[in-house]
Design a protein around this ligand. Sequence first.
Ligand code: 5GP
Length: 203
Amino acid sequence: MPKRAKRKRGLLVVISGPSGVGKSTVVRRLFKVYPKLLMSISSTTRTPRPGEIHGQHYDFITQEEFDLRVKQHKFLEWAKVHGSYYGTPRQYIEDELKQGEVVVLEVDVQGASSVKRLVESGDLKASVVFIFLIPPSVDILAFRLKKRKTEDEEVVNYRLRAAIAELQVMEKYDYIVVNDKVESAADKIKAIINVEKERTLVN
Ligand code: 5GP
């Protein structure tokens, strides 16, 4: 009789992408269609926006508290984004992964590369999948940049540089998902997670 397959460890799903691509909207939809997933709640020094709930959207903390947690190595990764600090709670992630859960992280590109470094150095022993969300306009932009030469040269160059920078970052990810429609982007991520879950099984 073959040994029953058992889950080696959980799965960490890192969702990132350029700011403004609609990551949080897609992630919100993902949790609707896949309620078994666990969401990591980041700590931030940013002030809450109307409707944001402490402990649900973010763990809103002071700069002093944030600095203390950095010193105490309480964050798996942290980064400064648009003038505020954001950090991923280490203990929560490690505990849930040990339990075999699937945990989702929604972070900026700096956060994703920090997690990647942790995996590569062996400091984070977990199955991790990196998903990069792009707006459909990046596709269109790349296509147009190749085709036409009518734009102001400076603008074209700026866009080209930005697109190239994004493409270089994209290469480091396991999957690239185009956020054409929120529903379909969330469905694609759900499918990716289901495939990746199978890869974490060992005999
Ligand atoms: P917002 O303030 O609009 O909710 O988020 C701003 C940016 O911070 C987004 O790109 C979001 O993905 C990113 N972010 C949220 N939490 C974290 C985190 O814990 N670590 C990192 N590196 N980025 C985060």
